[in-house]
Design a protein around this ligand. Structure first.
Ligand code: FE
Length: 269
């Protein structure tokens, strides 16, 4: 009797309420296993797998430490850039030599086919006065006489301009009189960068024993003084003047206001 009753109690299926109570009493893993049919061991691995990720982040800091080791390679390219910049800086030197030659070709120099002969020296005469004022016009209010502008270059024997040279003029007035008390019709100027000079004055008058002329003293920087005279072509008195020299004649032209004379002085510098 007792055995049968035990057997019956064991073989008797659990009621739905009793099964539910039994399931709720199970631990969570076992409960999930019971519902899904998976074994608890698999579940414990899955549970431990979900707990692994927190330990993985510790591995990510290492990748962030790696980039610093990658940074140097990125710093290397800048050292390659300068070589590409160097060629442009090397180009200007090739342009520099060309510009001086171009400037030299642009210098306005008179015709000089066979080179220049040094300007003849002549006596300064008795009327030179030192310390004349610096000016490019010797004209003064009320001054009588035909207006004259004398221009030209100061050059070397190989036709190079002489800049900054002192060109000192003095001459008689239209009646052949020198101002020995003051500096009337006396003055000096400096040649410009192209070796040019330009002096505004009057045509000098004649005085006994001389043809028409203008006195000049020229001195390049730190060079000896060249003293000479300028003459007018076609003057009857030229043939009677023992000092006159045709090589020192100016090229004359008539203008609306008077005359112009050109002459290029040549120094041995
Ligand atoms: Fe004189």
């Amino acid at each position: 009797m007792d055995q049968d009753s035990r057997t019956n109690s064991l073989d008797r299926p659990l009621s739905r309420r009793a099964l539910l109570k039994w399931l709720l009493a199970l631990p969570a893993p076992l409960l999930i296993a019971a519902c899904t049919g998976q074994t608890p061991t698999v579940l414990t691995q899955a549970a431990s797998a979900t707990s692994v990720p927190p330990t993985q982040p510790s591995a990510t800091p290492r990748p962030t430490q790696a980039p610093p080791t990658q940074a140097p390679p990125t710093a290397a390219p800048p050292t390659q850039a300068p070589p590409t910049q160097a060629p442009p800086t090397a180009a200007p030197p090739t342009q520099a030599p060309s510009t001086p030659t171009a400037q030299a070709a642009l210098v306005p120099t008179p015709a000089c086919p066979t080179g220049n002969a040094v300007t003849l020296e002549q006596t300064e005469g008795p009327y030179f006065k030192a310390n004349a004022p610096q000016r490019t016009s010797l004209l003064e209010p009320g001054m009588a006489g035909t207006r004259l502008v004398v221009t030209g270059y100061l050059l070397t024997t190989d036709c190079k301009p002489v800049a900054g040279a002192r060109v000192d003029f003095w001459q008689a007035d239209d009646k052949g009189q020198y101002d020995n008390a003051g500096y009337r019709l006396r003055g000096y100027q400096l040649t410009d960068a192209a070796g040019r000079y330009s002096m505004e004055t009057i045509v000098p008058g004649l005085y006994p024993g001389r043809t028409r002329h203008i006195h000049v003293k020229i001195q390049a920087p730190n060079k000896p003084v060249l003293t000479t005279q300028l003459y007018f072509p076609g003057e009857p008195a030229n043939q009677r003047d023992g000092i006159y020299n045709k090589a020192l004649e100016m090229q004359m032209q008539d203008t609306a206001n008077g005359k112009t004379g050109t002459f290029n002085f040549v120094l041995k510098v």
